[in-house]
Design a protein. Sequence first.
Length: 413
Amino acid sequence: MKRILLLSTGLAAGLAVGVVSPEVTGAIRTFVAPQAAQGQAAPAGAGHGGEEHQEEGGLIELSSDQIEAAAIRTAAVGPGAIDRLVTVPATLGADQDRLVRVPARVTGTVAELRRRLGDQVAAGDVLAVIESREMAEAKADLLAAARQEALTRTTLERERRLWERRVSAEQDYLKARAEADEARVRLDLARQRLVALGLGEAEVSALLAAGNGAAAFLRRHEVRAPIAGRVIARRAETGAAVGAEAELFTIADLSQVWVELPVRPDDLIYVREGQEVTVTPPTGGDVSGRGRIAFVSPVVDQETGAARVVATLPNAEGHWRPGTFAVAVIAASGGEAEIVVPREAIQTIKGENVVFVRTERGFERREVVLGRGNERVSEVVFGLDPGDVVATANSFVLKAQLARGEAAHSHAH
C-alpha cells in the first residue's frame, strides 16, 4: 500500500486547466489497494480514514474536509438570464453635459488671471478680471436707468395724490404713470443687458445698491466659473486684448465621464439605452467601472462602419482620464434559461462537456448538452435538473483526479 499525490507537477501541467497551488495539490490523496493494481476495485473506505477515495464510473469520492481544502466551491443550478456580451474598444472623454467653455463676453483687456491650468474651482469663483469700456457703459446705463426710474416713480406718486385731491387734472396723472412705466422698462433692459454680459443677479443688485460709489469699478468685469470642476484649458494672458467671443477657460466636471463605443451593425440590434456597461483598461488590472448607455445613434458612420454609442461612467475617484482607451463589455439582453451554470463549472473530457455534481460521497461526472451562453454563464438544455449542486471554482481539480483514476485503471489492465 502506498500513497500517491493526486496532482503531481507533471499531471497538473498535462491535465489541469489552470495553476494548482501546493495547498490544492496536497489536499486530496488517493489510496490504491493491492487489489486495484491487479485490476480489482478497491473496497470502499479502504485506507486511512476519511482521506481515501476512489474513482469508478465517473464517481469521485471526497470528504467535506477534502473538498474544502481543495478550495472546490459549489452552487445549486437553476433559472437565470443569458445576456449577450458585446465587447468593443472604448475611448474615454469628458461628459459634454458637464463641460463648459467660458468666454470673455465683453471686449477689453485682461487685467488679472485668478486661476491656473489644473485648478479646482467652485461655481461662482472669479477666474479672471477684464477691464472693458463696453462693460463700463453698460453699468453706467443701468445706474442712469435706476435713477430715472426712481424719479418717475416719485413724480407718479405726487401726481396721484394731487389728482385724488382734485388739484391737478387726470391727464397729468396718466402722463406721469406712462413715464414711470417707460422708465421701469428701460431699467429692466439695462439689467438684462448686464446679465447677458455675464453679471449675476447678485452682482447687479450690489451695483444698484452701491449707486454712485461703484464708479471706480465700472470698467472691471469679473469672469466667473459657471460650474464646479477643474480648469482643463486656459487661453488667456495677462495684458492681452480679447474680444467678446474669445474663449478664456474650459472647465470640466470629471466626476462623471463619457465612454465612446463604436458598435457594429450586427451587434447594434442587441444594444439599448439604459443597459449596463463594464469598462476596464486595455491592459487589465484591478480597476474597472460600471456605467450605463445614455445614447445609441440611429445612424451608422460610413467611414467606420459602426454606430456611435455613448455611456456615462461614474468617476468620483478620478481613475478615468478623458482621452485614454479602454475595453467595454455591454450586457445586452438575451432572454431567460431554465438551467444556467457558470462557465468555470464546465470541463471538457474526451470532447464531451461535463460538470461534476455533488453527491453524498463526493462528486459524480455528468455529461451535459449546452445551449446559449456567454463568457460568464451557459445554458444547460440536457443533463441537469433544477436544484442540482455542481462544482464551480476549481472544478478542474476533479477533472484531473478523474483522469488520473482512469489512467491507473487502464494501466492495471
